[in-house]
Design a protein around this ligand. Sequence first.
Ligand code: PLP
Length: 357
Amino acid sequence: VFNFSAGPAALPLAVLEQARAEMLEYQDSGMSVMEMTHRGKHFSAIHASAMALIRELMGVPDDYAVLLMQGGASSQFAFIPMNLVTDRNQTIDVVHTGMWSKKAIAEGRKFANVQVIASSEEANFSYIPAQSEWTPTPGAAYRHITSNNTIFGAEYHWQPEAGDAPLVADMSSNILSRPVDVSRYGLIYAGAQKNLGPSGVTLVVVRKELLGRNPDLPQMFDFSVQAEKDSMLNTPPTYAIYILKLVLEWVKAQGGVAALEQRNIAKADKLYAAIDASGLYSCPTRVDSRSRMNIPFTLADDALNAPFLAEAEAAGLVNLKGHRSVGGMRASIYNAMEMAGVDALVDFMADFEKRHG
Ligand code: PLP
């Protein structure tokens, strides 16, 4: 099937095949990666190679730490203020563009004042406010954006200027889908289960000068301790990190993020063009903010939603149901989705429209 799930999402077939080939015995170890000590030579090499590939593929500068943590991006909504806020009276600036920024706001409020400096809520989060519309708080502890809104399908197609506060970006749903200038950001984080690998591992890339601001944190939540221990303070999610390493090798073999970006543009353009040309489907997202990763679309008649989903599934196109806050459909087409999947969806949509439109 072609799996259009928003996450956990489809992985490259080559990655799954390699994992299958190595499942029972990894190299000459006599055991599965799942069964290995994380301090042994095999897993240490896997871990080191995942770390090095993240640096290489994202172009992470030397003055940044790369952390592999647990608890998903949702834990980061709390860990980030814990680590970056030094005084309860400080302000966290947030650009509010959907359900995930709402969660960052709610968790941030437990540690500081939160100021929403721009929002697209009045338009059901169908666009990304321009930086000229931001009303930043001078001296904010940090300024938070969500680079792609998984649910509403709106994505930054520009990189914000850093300004006077560290820029923090939740890149959970578009990490490694396009080149990013890491040096603009104080911190980038992402749950793995879209473009990186299985859920259970969470990527944090943080400028080293931001570490150690809060000495009283539980050590598992403390970025400076995690950096010092190379994310091996406790038992890491070893199998998830192994799959992450395979995904990173796959990204490199595809030509890296610049090559993937070109593919992602081609896939998204094709699907949006099909939606725009049709009389049955429409996309609620403003054209300049349309996501390349998550493409929501509605049908002119809600009564057609159920037959659309049933017939799509019968055609091998699964997990197209949209989020309840948007309705209709959502096709998530992350890095691992091949053009063949988009072609199959576009053909199915045209055929469905002919029969029901
Ligand atoms: N942020 C964004 C943009 C997401 O899409 C998601 C999950 O889909 C999350 C945060 C939450 O991630 P997790 O489930 O890893 O906590």
